[in-house]
Design a protein around this ligand. Structure first.
Ligand SMILES: [Fe+2]
Ligand SMILES: [Fe+2]
Length: 405
């Protein structure tokens, strides 16, 4: 049940259920359209907008203190933006994983758009040699961490959407999101997860100082060009070191995210435990996002194939962290293409955290009959379900589509 009241934003307080501004949602600083106000920071963010009034749901949260608030459902007032369905509870997600994900995707998409803008600003400022707004980055990471805590699959599926020419920006958001999710699997507390996320967000800021034509070169790099790109950790580190308020762990990850456990990485050839925890985490998230993304010079690898290949790279990653990463994304990560025992080819769209071998998939073709299916959703963990994953088929499927890996 919903009972909306319009109030001046100056009257917002903790415990009220915010349900949108009295105006365009797009101008909102929040990634969710409606939520319970729990912090002074959320109130401050609302009050710093140009909106004079907002809507609250007095059925779900506190009512205004006095009648000075605008009357309920004032007929002359513009209606609030169409409400986004309420965020489902954890139990709802467990009962209907595919449906719950759809609802959360809407919120995650809004957050992703905000993150994209912030990331573009960060890289533009860096490119001009100007200071970046560390507080703004921290606030964004806070919101990403909240989204991951609520439903990691929603944001993890959206960060897969990247245009090749936007890779450098969107890669930062992807690595940030995966660092937070991986931190949670490793048992890090909220503060540490946010630190890992911030370090992931800024790990490649040094690429702002590398010519774009080199970053987006479609052909193979020459040795000299590769050496120029390899300067980005040191360039990023030098840039961040010159700014006020950049934490040490951010500097550390920026400089060392390309180190390898066997000491063959760069720039310092650190090895094993010499490499900080966050830098070892970043190494895994960074490579996974790079190989599973479409780039101007290569097609994306299938997610499950990527994990399989990365597992075979001796000496590159911290084994414990890599295994936690697999647990975070699932044996068949979102976006993997699999063949079911029934002969259907399907896309993994949602994890089943209780059994990573039985995700929710969208079947789109029958390999045996060569027949296209109408995106049938199949929950492989549902009671009575007899179908199951027979094999990963991403690599074969990608080749059959004429794409190069
Ligand atoms: Fe990098
Ligand atoms: Fe990177």
């Amino acid at each position: 049940m919903t009972q909306l009241r319009k109030i001046p934003v100056s009257q917002l307080r903790i415990g009220m259920y915010f349900s949108g501004f009295n105006g365009a949602w797009i101008a909102s600083p929040f990634w969710r359209a409606s939520f319970m106000i729990r912090t002074e920071n959320e109130i401050r963010q609302a009050q710093q907008t140009d909106h004079a009034y907002c809507w609250i749901d007095v059925h779900k949260g506190l009512a205004p203190d006095s009648d000075s608030a605008a009357p309920s459902q004032d007929a002359s007032a513009a209606p609030p933006a169409p409400p986004v369905p309420p965020v489902p509870s954890v139990s709802a997600a467990a009962l209907d994983p595919a449906g719950a994900l759809d609802l959360d995707l809407s919120d995650a998409l809004h957050l992703y758009e905000m993150a994209r803008q912030t990331t573009q600003e960060v890289f533009s400022q860096a490119r001009l040699g100007r200071s970046l707004d560390v507080r703004k980055c921290k606030e964004l990471v806070e919101q990403i961490a909240a989204s991951v805590a609520h439903n990691a699959d929603a944001l993890l599926s959206i960060i897969r959407i990247k245009r090749a020419d936007e890779y450098t920006y969107l890669h930062s958001i992807a690595v940030c999101t995966m660092m937070v999710a991986l931190g949670r699997t490793l048992g890090l507390d909220d503060k540490a997860c946010q630190q890992a996320g911030l370090a992931g967000f800024l790990h490649d800021v040094g690429k702002a100082f590398i010519p774009l034509e080199l970053l987006n070169k479609p052909d193979r790099l020459t040795d000299q060009e590769y050496r120029i790109i390899q300067r980005h950790p040191a360039l990023g580190h030098a840039y961040l070191q010159g700014l006020a308020g950049v934490p040490d762990y951010v500097l550390e990850v920026c400089l060392h995210h390309h180190e390898k456990m066997d000491g063959t990485g760069y720039p310092m050839r650190q090895q094993g435990q010499q490499i900080s925890l966050y830098a070892r985490m970043a190494a895994v998230c960074d490579v996974y996002d790079a190989v599973t993304s479409h780039r101007v010079y290569k097609a994306a690898w299938d997610p499950a194939d990527s994990l399989s290949r990365m597992a075979s790279w001796q000496g590159h990653f911290d084994r414990t962290i890599f295994l936690a990463f697999v647990k975070t994304l699932g044996i068949y990560p979102l976006g993997s293409i699999v063949t079911l025992r029934s002969g259907r080819t399907a896309l993994v769209i949602c994890q089943n955290r209780k059994d990573l071998t039985r995700p929710v998939v969208k079947a789109f073709s029958n390999t045996a009959s060569m027949e296209a299916l109408e995106n049938e959703i199949v929950d492989l963990a549902a009671d009575g379900q007899t179908d199951a994953i027979a094999e990963r088929s991403g690599e074969d499927w990608i080749k059959s589509q004429g794409l190069r890996c």
